[in-house]
Design a protein around this ligand. Sequence first.
Ligand code: CA
Length: 242
Amino acid sequence: MTQRLLVIEDEPTLSRLLSYNLTSEGYEVVVAEHGQTGFDTAMQQDFDLILLDLMLPGMNGFEIMSKLRGEGIKTPIIILTAKNAEQEVVEGLKSGADDYITKPFGVAELLARVAAVLRRSNGQEEREPAAAASDEAQISLGALTVYPEKYEVTLNGEQITLRPKEFEVLLYLARKPGVVMTRDDLMNAVWGFDYIGGQRTVDVHVSSLRKKLELDPGSVHIDSIRGVGYKLVVNKKKSVHH
Ligand code: CA
């Protein structure tokens, strides 16, 4: 089924560029070049995604978002923001945007972000019940216990505080202890196929995870396999004598 996108952008060059590239990619695109028209269109028709400029005549992007959210319209929104406008991004995400694209942007980035937001919003309804039905209460590996549903980890019974992505990396490794996972495996599993960022992200998370787990190096640690990836190593029998 063709996915319908609404582009609300008053700069004709940009709206044409967006429309052209998104149509070529197979999306059906409706363009509104005025804030009020954009809001009305979003209210009257169904869309899978809205690309929203912030500075618009008639009604600005923030108003459009808060009015749409106020009306219960949950269509995912990607805001188009100016470069170096961190405050705009923060405000936009707070007002209900799902993601943002900084102008000027490349076509590849645009298409990747659109696809990612669509995938997330389509996947949500299917994924939630599946996760709830899962009875994988805990994974015990020697001194390490991972609680997938609670996002908790204990080492020798003591809870370790991990950031969400660190936790997800650990969980992924813990599901197949002793098996080498490539950086690509980890990227795709934790950040998603369309994550725009380097594999360095994986290394940074593994390195901080390692610091937190090296509370007890004799029990659990993460090995680097040079040029390949990582594996979780569990020493079931802890040696007491040295
Ligand atoms: Ca504008």
